[in-house]
Design a protein around this ligand. Structure first.
Ligand code: C2R
Length: 166
């Protein structure tokens, strides 16, 4: 586990194959100036590591966890069951079912242990980073201003879009 003492967000994923998707979350947190740590943790393949990660997350200073997994994606829900921190779930696109399996296995949590679940794939990873930042921004004015500026950038980009002549 690569610990970053000052990390406020923990990004975890079930496999290195998820990184292509989850790097979008990392890149956005970098842009927003939010410290994070990233680790490969699997409920299926490294259950003890997952338990340790989840149980120590709050004491290590993390405020939010972003968990991405594909297929039978138990990692977000199992992690959420072992920490009181918010755990945001990112369904990674699977080869067999295009991520519908990931989505349904993350989003359909029983009442009591929530996993706020984002869209399948890269958009979900980006929105998980923005949601984590929004949570942290409740107590961080500088970050709030950077989030507002990010949206202003989106607005300006759309305003500048021009359709080609028919
Ligand atoms: N869904 C999970 C979990 C878990 O939920 O614990 N651990 C790995 N995986 C997923 O298996 C997929 C295929 O993994 P490999 O590419 O390593 O075979 C990945 O998308 C990973 O998130």
């Amino acid at each position: 586990m690569k610990d970053n003492e000052s990390a406020r967000v923990g990004i975890i994923m079930g496999s290195i194959s998820d990184w292509e998707t989850m790097q979008e979350a990392a890149a956005l947190l970098d842009d927003l100036g939010v410290s994070y740590e990233k680790n490969i943790v699997s409920a299926h393949r490294t259950p003890e590591k997952m338990v340790e990660y989840a149980r120590t997350a709050a004491d290590r200073g993390l405020k939010v966890i972003i968990a991405g997994a594909g297929g039978a994606a138990h990692l977000p829900g199992m992690t959420a069951s072992m920490t009181h921190l918010p755990v945001l779930g990112v369904p990674v696109r699977s080869r067999a079912l295009s991520g519908m399996d990931s989505l349904l296995s993350i989003v359909q949590m029983p009442a009591g242990i929530p996993v706020p679940t984002l869209a399948i794939g890269e958009a979900g990873a980006k929105n998980a980073a923005l949601s984590a930042a929004a949570i942290l921004a409740l107590e961080d004015e500088g970050l709030r201003d950077r989030l507002i500026a990010y949206r202003e950038g989106l607005r300006a980009k759309v305003e500048a879009m021009e359709l080609p002549e028919a």
